[in-house]
Structure formats: C-alpha cells, structure tokens
Design a protein around this ligand. Structure first.
Ligand SMILES: [Zn+2]
Length: 299
C-alpha cells in the first residue's frame, strides 16, 4: 500500500463510529399563537470580504471588488426599502470588515430596527485548528460594539463551516444562537463535547441560499437562475415546511438579492409568505428567544 493510502486508512480507522453532531433531536415546540410555521428572514452582508478572504491580493482587482461594493452602494439600501414597504424585520449577519469599510450602510440597517448578527471579521471559513479562529470572533465582536453599539446575540459561520472549538468559543463569548448547520428543519440546542449545552441552532435551508442560484461574475460556477425556477422552488420548500410545522431560514446576500430582478422575485416570495397567513416571519433573535422560552417551560 502506498504511503498516502496508509495515511488515509489510518485516518478512517480512527474515526469515531458516532454522529459528528451529537445534539439531541429538535423538540417540537409550537410556534407563537396563530402560526403554524416560521421563516427566519436573514441576510449575510459580506461586501468585498466575500472576495478577499481567500486571497487579499484581490482587493486590487477593482471589478471583482465591485460585486461586493454593490452591496453598500445599491443592494442593501434597496432591500431595506423593500423591507420597510412590507413591514418586515430581518437579521443581517455582517462581517467586521464590512462594518469598518461601510459604516453608513450598517447604520442604516440598525436605524431601520433590524437585528445585526456576527459573521466573522474577514469572512474566514472557520476550520478545525485554524489559529485565526478566536481573532475572527473577537475582532468581529469588538467592531460591532465600537462602531454600532451592538452586542450580537446571533452568529452565522462565514462560508458555512464549523468546529468544536468555535462552538465552545461562541458560548464563552455569550452568543445565544448560531445559524450555520444544515441538519434540521427546527431549532435545536447544541451539545458540546464536554456534555454541557451549547448555543441554539437555527438551521439554514440550502435552497434559500441565493449565492447558489447564480451570481453574474467570473468566479461563479452557477448560471443565474430565472425567476420562475427560483420562485417555484422557494414556494414548494415553504409549503412543505408549513405542512411539517417547521421552519425555513433564508441565506440571502445583498450582492445577489439586491440586484433588480432578484429583489423583484424576493419581494414576490415574501408577499406570498405573508399571504399564507400562518408563517411567522421573524428575526433570529426572536426565534431563539421563543425557543429558550419553550425550553424553560418544558423544564
Ligand atoms: Zn458570508
């Protein structure tokens, strides 16, 4: 056997024969009165940091940067206007770098009464053993407090990765919930490796990640999906979740969903959800607070 095969075999043989995420199953708590399902309406504000995280030299590539820059110049203001018109509040997970570079955009989000969550500082994907893990969390917390006066309750992992050290760190730093995992359709409580409870998880719904539905730029592996394809998928997902009495979580980016055609279809989808009459469209903070309240009552 070749050395690389031997190393692979040793690694596989060392794997625990247990689920990687050992959190207990999600409890089936009822949604607040009058609601049969929930939608966690959330946006990830990455701006240029989405493009520089893997290669800071890209900062000099001004057209690549302009995809992120659209977020502050056009995308976020237009989304805020739409949310005002619909009377909806959302959660915006913002990277610390974006707060420093685009303070006026972030102040506008705050002024409209939306929740602001933590999304790392440089949008580094949190990976096991990463020496920058704590710095990403602490620098993000510091800038949210200094620039916006915000102590975030929620965290979404940049590029959607997680590890045990991060689970522990976020609990130590006083965060209440994360919205990063893809393994459920209801909120649940994380279980740390030491057996103590971790944060509340508000699992994300991959079909509501607009990044995967096409971005008009050179690095995208996806073509832009037309309105009909996206709307029918989003409605089907929501309708089935309503039958299940569960929740969906959007993962929308102003550099995607702030584009005119996309904003138009998002508006139509949100109006559809509002028209259902039974969907609780809420911020992460509201859903996590409802979950902990039910948890307490269940004793
Ligand atoms: Zn992001």
């Amino acid at each position: 056997m070749a050395a690389s095969d031997l190393a692979l075999k040793a690694g596989l043989d060392a794997l625990p024969l247990l689920p990687a995420n050992r959190a207990p199953l999600a409890p089936e708590f009822p949604w607040p009165a009058g609601h049969g399902a929930a939608m966690f309406l959330s946006f990830d504000v990455d701006a240029e940091s989405a493009w520089t995280a893997k290669d800071p030299a890209r900062y000099g590539e001004l057209v690549t940067m302009s995809f992120g820059g659209y977020e502050a110049r056009v995308g976020t203001p237009k989304l805020l206007e739409m949310l005002r018109q619909l009377g909806l509040k959302a959660t915006f997970f913002i990277t610390g770098w974006s707060v420093e570079a685009h303070p006026a955009m972030c102040e506008a989000i705050l002024r409209d009464g939306h929740e602001i969550g933590h999304h790392g500082f440089h949008h580094l994907m949190p990976q096991p053993g990463d020496p920058m893990l704590a710095e990403e969390v602490d620098r993000g917390l510091e800038v949210l407090k200094r620039r916006l006066g915000v102590v975030p309750k929620g965290y979404r992992a940049p590029s959607g990765e997680f590890c045990e050290a991060l689970r522990v760190l976020l609990k130590q730093r006083g965060l209440l919930y994360t919205s990063s995992f893809r393994d459920d359709v209801r909120p649940y409580r994380h279980l740390l490796a030491d057996g103590t409870p971790g944060l509340v998880e508000l699992p994300v719904t991959a079909s509501y990640d607009d990044w995967l539905l096409g971005l008009s730029q050179r690095y995208s592996r996806h073509t832009i999906q037309p309105r009909e394809a996206v709307l029918s998928m989003w409605k089907d997902e929501l309708d089935e979740i309503r039958d299940w009495g569960a929740m969906v979580t959007t993962v929308l980016h102003p550099q995607c969903s702030g584009r005119p055609m996309r904003l138009r279809l998002l508006r139509e989808f949100l109006q559809y959800a509002q028209g259902c009459g039974d969907v609780w469209i809420a911020t992460g903070e509201q859903i996590a607070a409802h979950f902990t309240d039910c948890e307490r009552k269940a004793g």
